[in-house]
Write a protein that binds this ligand. Structure first.
Ligand SMILES: [Zn+2]
Length: 680
């Protein structure tokens, strides 16, 4: 309890200071108007996590390790939430109690529980003026700066690959009217301590989103909000690696949800960062509390880059300020009015058509304000590397252009098809990789035309781009390219991966790419594959996106298509001639992001009505289903086979259909699930 007392004391000034209680009702009205509300709630999720997942968002909670033995607590956690934050167990005093002596036991309990349940984890927090271990509180100057950076590096490295987003720095801005930094031992090491922490975190775990997190930054007109905004703006302009801003959102009657909350979230998002509500709790009860919760959810849903909401605890009795009953479940674990209003708001908002916006602009990639670059991989496909290369690109949310050799496509047509199915573009790189300028015109034509045919046959589409081997070209070759409708593509940056460049050197080369630029890489080197996560992080930090190569200019431009869905778009299994009638189950991928996709199964009755149905969804390990909606799931012991039964009765008239949905965390495996159904 002493830890939560520390936290509470730190915020008491904030709660007492606000004089804005009078605007609560007006605030809700405005937020309602700003939210997207669409009709159909027939596919509504029945849990917070599932309902948020339908629009690509998460709904999380803070978790305390010592409560993981409480079955009521764990039951609600497992059922309702798909994101987890350690309440205290990953803070500085918990993870480094003695200098350079790290302790991850309680943090691991929470992280392992979450991941075993297919939930993601927000890391909280790497650097903070509060809850420092005793040895750090007494340090200053260079020694403290180095100790802080070592802490960031060690903890982020330990949890590398397991964290969706880190609160890298927590609560560094002062309350009051200054809009400046909070005085602290860390601040006194120099004003650049925050960006130094972000750079250390990026180097330690390039795939985690890096957030700045603070409280009392909800109201756009507050000086503190403006101060944080200017810092994020400055970081983005100078390439400091920041991906997200966390709004703690601790509210009560003296500090209510502000009328301009949506404006605040949108303005930050417009800087090119994700926004997340990270520690939501609202003191109160009944419909007043429920309305305020609804307003916060609507404000998030109205902002495309508001990627999720976390409440700071499960039951009121679990709260750091339990006397204010600020959470969604009462002390016995019953759903409160606030729970229902949050669920309804998520379901109302989640029927917005997110497929076009979120497929082309996944919430976990950068905006593309600085433009597009072309990632290219030559000389494949390659039986030992192409699949791994495609998985790495997919995991990083990147698309690339593959310049294939015709003879290798002929040997591995399935890999050329896999390139295209993974959302990549496929170009022609000659049949046998000769020095083209030393060939006769007819030999040039043969190299190009055979490759066009092999790729057309493997992928269903003839290339429109040609890259001459070694970048060697002349006017004769250009005239042959023109005969086949091909645009010649060279490069602006050579990664030197073919010349034994290290992964770090390849990443460095990619960091010089500018808008429109194209980088030369190859399908065949492990160093090249290993560079992908860091290339993705670097591009995102600079506001650049991976684009396609224009057939008119040979330069990188925005893609003009959506990436195809994972694997086959639909798979169907029919079960027929059963006493209960027949049914058909059809699967399709509805949305995908860098780390997960949403799937939908349509169950349709055959020629006669059915009174019930059972569908089976099988995912491929290490995939995990993290959320479901519009059905009641159960699992086999492997966790890979989900049996879905209808919510309520399963009556379907002849030919009628119903759908259910789910989110699959890929963990690097992008295969589409297989589905089947039976009656009953
Ligand atoms: Zn080549």
């Amino acid at each position: 309890m002493s830890r939560t007392a520390v936290t509470a004391a730190g915020r008491s000034e904030a709660r007492g200071r606000s004089r804005r209680a009078a605007v609560v009702v007006g605030a809700i009205g405005l937020l309602s108007a700003a939210a997207v509300v669409l009709p159909n709630v027939a596919t509504a999720g029945t849990t917070l996590g599932a309902s948020a997942a339908e629009s690509g968002r998460y709904f999380g909670t803070a978790v305390a390790a010592n409560k993981l033995s409480d079955s009521t607590y764990v039951g609600i956690l497992n059922r309702e939430f798909d994101m987890v934050t350690a309440e205290n167990e990953m803070k500085m005093d918990a993870t480094e109690p003695n200098q350079n002596q790290f302790s991850f036991g309680n943090g691991d309990r929470i992280v392992n529980h979450a991941r075993n349940q297919g939930k993601r984890v927000r890391g909280h927090a790497l650097a903070w003026h509060s809850q420092q271990p005793g040895w750090m509180q007494n340090m200053s100057g260079t020694a403290l700066r180095n100790a802080m950076l070592n802490h960031v590096t060690q903890v982020a490295t330990y949890y590398k690959g397991k964290i969706y987003a880190w609160d890298v720095v927590n609560e560094a801005y002062a309350d009051g009217s200054s809009g400046g930094r909070r005085d602290s031992n860390l601040q006194r090491t120099g004003n650049d301590w925050i960006e130094a922490a972000f750079r250390a975190a990026r180097a330690a775990d390039p795939n985690a989103k890096l957030c700045y997190n603070d409280y009392n930054t909800d109201n756009w007109s507050h000086a503190k909000t403006q101060g944080v905004y200017r810092m994020v703006q400055d970081f983005k302009s100078r390439g400091v690696p920041i991906d997200c801003v966390g709004f703690q959102a601790h509210f009560n009657s003296g500090n209510p949800v502000p009328s301009n909350y949506h404006t605040t979230l949108q303005n930050f998002a417009d800087l090119g960062v994700d926004v997340q509500i990270t520690e939501l709790d609202i003191e109160g009860s009944g419909s007043t509390q429920a309305q305020q919760y609804q307003g916060v959810v609507q404000a998030c849903l109205a902002v495309t880059r508001c990627t999720g909401i976390t409440v700071w605890g499960i039951r009121d009795s679990d709260s750091w300020r339990s006397s204010g009953t600020p959470l969604l479940f009462d002390g016995s674990g019953n759903k409160k009015a606030a729970y229902t209003s949050v669920l309804n708001a998520l379901n109302a908002g989640s029927t917005a058509p997110p497929s076009t916006t979120t497929t082309t602009t996944p919430p976990n990639t950068s905006d593309c304000r600085a433009g597009y670059v072309g990632l290219t991989y030559d000389d494949g496909p390659n039986g030992s590397t192409t699949t791994q290369l495609l998985n790495a690109l997919r995991s990083a949310g990147l698309r690339a252009t593959f310049f294939n050799q015709g003879n290798r496509v002929q040997q591995n047509p399935g890999l050329a098809k896999a390139q295209r199915d993974a959302g990549m573009w496929v170009g022609n790189h000659s049949w046998s990789h000769p020095h083209m300028t030393q060939l006769s015109q007819s030999q040039m034509a043969s190299e190009i035309s055979q490759t066009q045919q092999a790729i057309q046959s493997a992928t269903g589409e003839a290339p429109k781009l040609f890259r001459p081997p070694y970048g060697e070209t002349n006017s004769t070759l250009k005239s042959v390219e023109a005969q086949y409708g091909l645009t010649e593509v060279l490069w602006s940056v050579d990664s030197q991966d073919w010349n034994n460049a290290s992964t770090a050197q390849i990443v460095q080369a990619a960091s010089t790419l500018q808008n429109g630029g194209v980088i030369l890489m190859h399908d065949g080197y492990q160093t090249t594959i290993n560079a992908i996560p860091q290339i993705a992080a670097n591009l995102a930090s600079r506001g650049l996106c991976a684009g396609m190569i224009s057939t008119s200019t040979g330069q990188a431009v925005a893609p003009n298509d959506n990436p195809p869905t994972t694997g086959p778009t639909t798979t169907t299994t029919t079960t027929s001639q059963q006493p209960g009638g027949s049914c058909t189950a059809t699967y399709r991928t509805t949305q995908q992001w860098g780390d997960r996709f949403n799937g939908e199964v349509t169950v349709r009755a055959g020629a006669s009505a059915i009174t019930s149905w059972t569908a089976t969804v099988t995912v491929t390990s290490p995939q995990k289903v993290s959320a479901t909606w519009n059905g009641t799931p159960s699992w086999d012991s492997s966790g890979n086979v989900m049996t879905m039964k209808p919510n309520g009765n399963g009556n379907l008239a002849a030919g009628a259909s119903t759908t259910f949905g789910f989110t699959v965390m890929t963990n690097g495996q992008w295969a589409a699930p297989t589905v089947s159904c039976r009656t009953p």
